[in-house]
Design a protein. Structure first.
Length: 396
């Protein structure tokens, strides 16, 4: 067992550690606070979002149906009326199925960072083939992708898989612009996935550019980075809206998984983010071992809040090491060309954060009032407004 995980196992079982009375976030969570009943501000954030979007209620469904009608109206006479990002995971696979069920004409979009598992690739093919949905894929050069990942590892920051998030967002925007589509549907559910501790991680196109400039060896030619100008073009000029249907409707990840397995021969890949090897490395190895960041507390806390898991069972599971595929670490070393000695040195070396590099964060903070308006108009997700524009990383 690695030191970071072992330490956490001992601490989380300690009576001296303050843990939220409702979920399993503890006092080490960035920007956390507790009320007089011991409930953390993240639980209250979820409550606020649930109330705002009327999640899982007839009113929430009614509001979403109105959005669907608008998508269909705006997409009339076009080949596609919405974009849906697909990864082969549960949420995105279910989202593309529901889009068709709702009578939409989606274009599935995939960003291939060349670290996909075979299961993920097969899942995408199985679902889209049966649905007869077209796929738009951007494949980055594998050496270029590895160089960017290597750069973030050398930089000593936690967001080693952050470039994938930005590249997928940019790829979806590009596809939407190419086909004149005004809506991007994202398969995110704050009810089942929870919320990431704010201030613990961050990524934007400027951050990627500067880290790569400092530590990279190859030029970024095929990587679809999104700089500030491009971002503003997509949301202000093209006015492409991002909609998260699962924020409005009732959703069970377990039921979705069972449905996909039965109807599409879809296969489960073992856990959240494990459908992609660099995401799996980041979630199961890099975050926990170097930074003491175990993102399983997001979904475990969500399960506790929703009554799907007992709090003590979630704490017990969180206190055990994350599952690590046998060949995952050797595979990472081979692709990024780190020797055992170099790898160990970096893993045990200095911990840095996005604050040590140039980013767009302060610019987003200065434009906070604008992004609030854009979030209310669904031109950026509300989660973007909360996380990216707050100086503390968290609204109190």
């Amino acid at each position: 067992m690695n030191t970071a995980t072992h330490t956490k196992e001992k601490i989380i079982n300690s009576a001296e550690l303050k843990i939220c009375s409702r979920c399993i976030y503890d006092e080490r969570t960035p920007a956390i606070s507790f009320d007089e009943k011991g409930v953390c501000n993240y639980c209250k954030m979820i409550d606020g979002l649930q109330q705002q979007y009327q999640t899982g209620t007839p009113e929430g469904l009614k509001n979403f149906m109105a959005i669907l009608d608008q998508i269909k109206k705006d997409g009339k006479h076009k080949k596609y009326d919405c974009i849906v990002g697909v990864s082969g995971g549960t949420d995105s696979s279910y989202m593309i199925v529901k889009a068709v069920e709702w009578g939409l004409r989606p274009l599935a979009v995939h960003y291939d960072n060349t670290w996909n598992t075979a299961i993920a690739t097969q899942n995408i093919t199985k679902v889209l083939s049966k649905l007869n949905v077209d796929l738009y894929t951007h494949v980055v050069d594998n050496k270029e992708s590895d160089d960017i990942i290597r750069s973030f590892f050398l930089a000593g920051v936690s967001e080693i898989d952050g470039p994938t998030d930005i590249a997928l967002a940019e790829t979806m925007y590009r596809a939407a612009a190419k086909y004149g589509v005004k809506y991007v549907l994202e398969g995110h559910s704050f009810m089942t996935e929870g919320v990431s501790p704010l201030g613990s991680s961050y990524v934007d196109g400027g951050y990627i550019k500067n880290v790569h400039k400092q530590f990279g060896k190859l030029p970024m030619k095929t990587f679809p980075n999104m700089d500030f100008a491009s971002f503003m073009k997509w949301i202000l000029v093209k006015r492409i809206k991002k909609i998260r249907p699962l924020w409005y409707i009732d959703y069970s990840k377990q039921e979705a998984r069972t449905f996909l397995e039965k109807e599409y021969k879809w296969e489960y890949y073992g856990g959240h983010h494990l459908e992609n090897r660099i995401a799996a490395f980041s979630t199961s190895v890099y975050g926990p071992q170097k930074f003491g960041i175990d993102s399983r507390n997001n979904s475990l806390s969500a399960s506790v809040r929703s009554g799907l898991m007992k709090r003590e069972d979630a704490i017990k599971e969180y206190s055990t090491p994350p599952f690590v595929e046998d060949e995952l670490i050797p595979y990472f070393k081979k692709r990024t060309e780190f020797s055992d000695e170099e790898y160990d040195k970096i893993m045990n070396g200095e911990k840095r954060s996005y604050r040590d590099y140039k980013t767009y964060k302060r610019r987003f903070e200065r434009l906070r009032p604008l992004f609030y308006i854009l979030a209310k108009a669904s031109l950026v997700p509300m989660s973007f407004y909360i996380k990216y524009t707050s100086r503390s990383g968290m609204q109190k």
